[in-house]
Design a protein around this ligand. Structure first.
Ligand code: ZN
Length: 92
């Protein structure tokens, strides 16, 4: 990730993510990925960051999340996002 000033919430979130598996494939994550790529208007705020392995991070690249996930089996955690605003998303 590029060197920038991160909010305290974001720093804390990145530390939490460090113990998480890849959000996309479940393998050990070595990086933090932007859910919405910065090139598409995504921010560095905590709610746009998730744990990802290097393979997923680089293959997702600048695609939108939905475009990327559409090519993969969608993990159950993400399913709630597709069920609409009434579904709850659990961040473990
Ligand atoms: Zn992965």
């Amino acid at each position: 990730m590029r060197e920038r000033t991160l909010s305290p919430e974001t720093r804390e979130w990145i530390e939490i993510l460090a113990g998480d598996p890849c959000s996309y494939c479940g393998l050990p994550a070595e990086s933090v990925d932007h859910i919405v790529p910065p090139g598409r208007g995504g921010t560095d705020e905590w709610d746009n960051l998730t744990a990802a392995c290097l393979s997923c991070n680089s293959s997702k690249n600048n695609r939108s999340l939905w475009n990327f996930l559409g090519r993969r089996r969608i993990r159950r955690e993400w399913q709630g996002w597709f069920d609409g605003p009434t579904a709850s998303v659990v961040v473990a």
